[in-house]
Design a protein around this ligand. Structure first.
Ligand code: BTX
Length: 339
């Protein structure tokens, strides 16, 4: 009942819906409605009430819950099962636990806050409470363990498209797994797998996106490396103070990520990996750029010229040799402090 009331308020946003209309529609008393409204308020929805006009949503809020994410979700596999936590150690760690117990393909874990968010290679991922998207998707793709990189590429493409659809903001992908905005890191992707011999049993795709952070929400060591969508929107709107910035709705982006990712996931399962690589290239800020790579402790500089279908970066090095890089760190000139 609570979410049916919410749905009505959303349909009429920003106008009022009378208590009487809600009461008639749902067949519940005015007192019951009032109780549900108060519960919604506790969940973070800002609802105004007027004895004459009824109830109205003041803003379309950035509340993270299963109801918000599922609204408008067009998928058949991803996000059919969603678990949403107020706080968790790491969505990837939890997703791995439920994957081992046999959860469904496409199960999604989301949290408002992570106390031990993880990056790659044992690094930490800063997961400010209530500000970002900290989510993991359990996947069971029909690929070999050595081809796992294609999933990371697909996830990056899905995130770029999702952000564009929800906010109009264009981001770029730095090989293999960073989403970049204004030369800074907006999103990181951590792909982990549970393998059995030659076969992938399960894959955990962790996605962290900075959404409503102000600069002061990041620790000092990230202040010149990290950015959020809100920081970018605030910067753009600085010139025009008349624009009141609404929070970016995390549920909107999550839903778009799942919708986009499912399309790519189907392509992967059908063996159409070239399509993923081509999509990836469209959004790449790496290809065509000067890069620095370290291979077996030797540093090379060169120009990134392509990626292979299985996600290797092709670099024409300054010593004349063209090398394919499977994994690791690269620096791209103009991004994250590399000059
Ligand atoms: P990464 O190893 O590429 O990036 C980690 C590095 O990025 C850190 O060492 C730090 O310099 C920087 N960093 C840390 N936090 C942030 C942040 N919020 N914004 C920008 N830069 C940051 C990238 O690893 C993979 C991150 C995946 C995070 C998701 S969140 C949901 C899921 N659960 C979980 O524990 N991890 C994933």
């Amino acid at each position: 009942v609570k979410y049916t009331i919410l749905k009505k308020l959303e349909e009429h946003f920003p106008h009022y819906v009378s208590g009487e209309a809600i009461s008639e529609m749902l067949g519940v008393s005015r007192t019951a409605i009032w109780k549900h409204i108060n519960e919604l308020r506790k969940e973070g929805y800002i609802i105004e009430s007027s004895s004459k006009k009824g109830y109205r949503l003041q803003v379309l809020p950035d509340v993270l819950n299963v109801h918000e994410i599922k609204k408008g979700l067009e998928t058949r596999i991803l996000g059919r099962e969603i678990e949403c936590f107020e706080s968790i150690s790491s969505t990837n760690t939890y997703a791995k636990e439920i994957a081992q117990k046999g959860c469904k393909d496409g199960t999604v874990v989301v949290a408002n806050c992570q106390t031990q968010g993880r990056g790659r290679l044992g690094r930490q991922w800063n997961s400010e409470p209530g500000k970002g998207i900290w989510m993991s998707v359990v996947l069971k793709p029909e690929i070999l363990p050595q081809d796992i990189q294609i999933i990371t590429l697909a996830a990056a493409v899905a995130v770029v498209k999702a952000i564009k659809a929800a906010t109009g903001i264009e981001t770029g992908i730095k090989w293999p797994n960073d989403i970049i905005l204004d030369g800074k890191k907006l999103c990181g992707i951590l792909t982990e797998m549970i393998c059995e011999m030659e076969r992938i049993n399960c894959l955990i795709l962790g996605i962290g996106i900075n959404v409503n952070h102000d600069m002061s929400d990041f620790p000092p060591d990230l202040s010149d490396k990290a950015i959020s969508l809100k920081m970018y929107i605030d910067q753009k709107n600085n010139a025009d103070k008349s624009i009141e910035n609404m929070p970016v709705r995390r549920s909107e982006i999550i839903k778009n990520v799942l919708n986009e990712l499912e399309i790519l996931y189907r392509e992967i399962n059908n063996g159409n990996v070239t399509k993923i690589a081509n999509e990836w290239k469209k959004y790449s800020v790496t290809i065509g750029s000067r890069v620095k790579v370290v291979i077996k402790e030797i540093e090379y500089t060169g120009t990134a010229i392509d990626i292979t279908d299985d996600g290797k970066l092709v670099v024409r090095c300054d010593d004349g040799v063209t090398r394919e890089i499977l994994s690791g760190e690269i620096s791209v000139r103009g991004i994250l402090g590399y000059v």
